[in-house]
Design a protein around this ligand. Structure first.
Ligand code: A3P
Length: 345
């Protein structure tokens, strides 16, 4: 079992015990080596994280950078587009022309592309030079792309604050978005089936067990949220909830505008909210992860990256036993914090 700490990355990385890892890889077929746990909270990530941990932790942060971070499926894409539009003075033309994936390098995505899967994607796309270039671009470590960028940088990450550069909050701005974990789990379950880098092959009930047992990428879920929640009064961090965007999007837009020092008329805000509505998002090629579909990394099985876009849809997936288990799990994890989801207050 390999444990390691190095000076450039002063946080311990431990391999997940091989028996557990082998069991998990039967269900998550995109991983072929194993998993690690990182730091005192034991954040769960693919083995390949070892290669990138230090580059991410030590990347240069610039004062103009804007990070959008979250636990996956919490409304990251929605928040990214909102933040980008506000920061760029409602530049619809560029937003429509350049996909969000290009406007926001995904900091740790390369960690999720196992060499076995990379070879597979390469072989499948080998008939097109353009696609191979695209594949190489989306799977390249984002730190390399970011280092070369000269314009203001927008960065997506699902890493908790403790695994991001330690000077992040004192240097740049971070918008964090959180969502009811039951909706997160349902949404992430669908994505785990559709993304071949995850390749989940069983049912939701089993998936939910992995999720609440912290045997899933980027978990423990509540620790992730709590790290940002604790910093919610830091002037460079804005903490949002998906349910808050769902309930009153214009208000959320104003919060983001205040945070970024921008101001818009009511008409401009109404137009932006229309642009950000789920129906427009579903038809907006710039935000719906088409690149991943084109490369075959995301299976096009009718379940798109932008899915239902509703709060509370989890009820259709939970039986009574799971509902009770969820209540207990949430109650236990919220006991030592004043973090409360706005729709559950
Ligand atoms: P569902 O799968 O519940 O529909 P992320 O961007 O963090 O991966 O989050 C994806 C979730 O946000 C998906 O949830 C997706 O449908 C939802 N979402 C994306 N854009 C949205 C929008 N414009 N309005 C409401 N929900 C949106």
């Amino acid at each position: 079992m390999e444990n390691s700490i190095n000076n450039n990355f002063p946080i311990e990385i431990k391999d997940v015990e091989s028996k557990t890892a082998e069991e998990l890889m039967k269900f998550f077929t995109g991983e072929h080596t194993g998993f690690v746990r990182v730091g005192p909270k034991g954040y769960f990530l693919p083995h390949k994280y070892r290669q990138e941990a230090s580059n991410i932790y030590n990347m240069e942060v610039r004062p103009s950078d804007i990070f959008v971070t979250s636990y996956p499926r919490s409304g990251t894409t929605w928040t990214q587009e909102l933040v980008w539009m506000v920061a760029n003075d409602l530049d619809y033309e560029t937003s429509n022309a350049i996909p969000l994936t290009e406007r926001y390098p995904f900091l740790e995505f390369s960690v999720f592309v196992h060499p076995v899967m990379m070879k597979r994607f390469h072989d499948e796309n080998s008939d097109s030079e353009r696609k191979i270039k695209l594949l190489e671009w989306v799977t390249q470590p984002a730190t390399e792309q970011l280092a070369l960028m000269t314009k203001q940088r927008f960065i997506k990450s699902h890493l908790p604050l403790s695994l991001l550069p330690p000077d992040l909050l004192d240097t740049a701005k971070v918008v964090y978005v959180a969502r009811d974990p039951r909706d997160v789990a349902v949404s992430f379950y669908h994505l785990n089936r559709a993304m071949r880098t995850q390749g989940y092959i069983d049912d939701f009930k089993k998936y939910w067990k992995f999720f609440i047992s912290d045997l899933h990428h980027w978990t423990p879920y509540f620790e992730h949220l709590k790290e940002s929640w604790e910093k919610r009064n830091h002037p460079n961090l804005l903490f949002l909830f998906y349910e808050e965007l769902s309930k009153d999007l214009p208000k959320a837009v104003r919060r983001v505008a205040d945070f970024l020092g921008k101001s818009f008329t009511n008409e401009e805000i109404a137009k932006l909210c229309e642009h950000l509505s789920i129906d427009n998002f579903k038809n907006n090629k710039s935000v719906n992860y088409d690149v991943m579909k084109e490369l075959g990394i995301l299976i096009s099985d009718g379940q798109s990256f932008i899915r239902k876009g509703k709060a509370g849809g989890w009820r259709d997936y939970f039986d009574e036993e799971m509902e009770q288990e969820a209540d207990k799990w949430m109650e236990k994890n919220l006991r030592d914090t004043d973090l409360r989801f706005p729709h559950l207050k």
